[in-house]
Design a protein around this ligand. Sequence first.
Ligand code: ADP
Ligand code: MG
Length: 334
Amino acid sequence: MAYSEFELIERFFNRGLVRRADVVLGIGDDGAILTVPAGHELVVTIDTLVAGVHFPLTTAPRDVGYKALAVNLSDLAAMGATPAWFTLAIALPENDADWLAEFCEGMFSLAREHNVQLVGGDTTRGPLTITIQAHGFVPAGNALRRSGAQAGDAIYVTGTLGDAGVGLLSAEGRVDLSHSAVEFFTDRLNRPSPRVLIGPQLRGVASSCIDISDGLCADLGHILECSGVGACIELGKLPLSAALKNCRDHSLPRNLFGDSSPPWAARYDYVLAAGDDYELCFTLPLVHEQRLSQFANLPCSLTRIGQIELEKGLRVRDVSGNRHSVPMRGYQHF
Ligand code: ADP
Ligand code: MG
């Protein structure tokens, strides 16, 4: 069954079920009309997923739909914003109703979970590309930024790191894992949990925040550069999933340091520098540390992994107490 552009929009995109009171006018006109609550600022973010670049061509359409929205909600969380609306620009190679139905199911399942409404978009023919722009609110002046970290602040991350990187290796057939491990890592790659419930609670508590999309070293590196400080990470404190702890060191190809990978890096390579985790990394003054225990509805752990230092650059301390300089890099497109 082939649909016209307008039938596609009606049949698939105008069926999101989320209906927010602050949407004066949603899909169907030349633009959406939206109400930002008094005393709040609008935080806007956009991300594009290109088939074959941001996800393997074999990825299930429902995972593509889920992840396209998830990465944007993750950016809003990193700003401390509560998500409200999103728009979707999609280029489709063909008019495939089954593909679209599944894509929308994945995207709208996450939209419903966080009460975000699709309020408009654009539908065209072309190589499969999905661009989502998401909008959220923060009380005026209270958004979290990459700048603001100060020497002495503690560095925290949510959840566990490195799982999605191993999931990508597995999708590319570059690592040999048990069936249940493949399932776990693939799920972490395709279905990241944006930390929507945590970001807003960090307002007024964290001194800086970023979401980890390109790997801890690269993204913490952005905090360090924007804040004009350095940091030391305790390797032994990094949060690893049980599945990643179970991977034998030699079973994973080297990552951060290439072939010159130092021995201490072995099992931390993916934790430090693999992309696609979509966890939050934030810093906070020690006097605020107590407040983390009062956070409500925590869906994952918060782990203190190190400290901000005056000396610029990024260092890790291995389990024997030796410090090593590490590059502040991760995944880069260019
Ligand atoms: P225009 O030609 O004025 O740009 P369109 O014909 O592209 O309008 O879109 C008609 C309506 O459908 C608009 O409200 C637009 O926001 C919405 N729309 C189009 N594509 C999508 C999509 N992929 N997701 C959500 N809404 C969409
Ligand atoms: Mg248009």
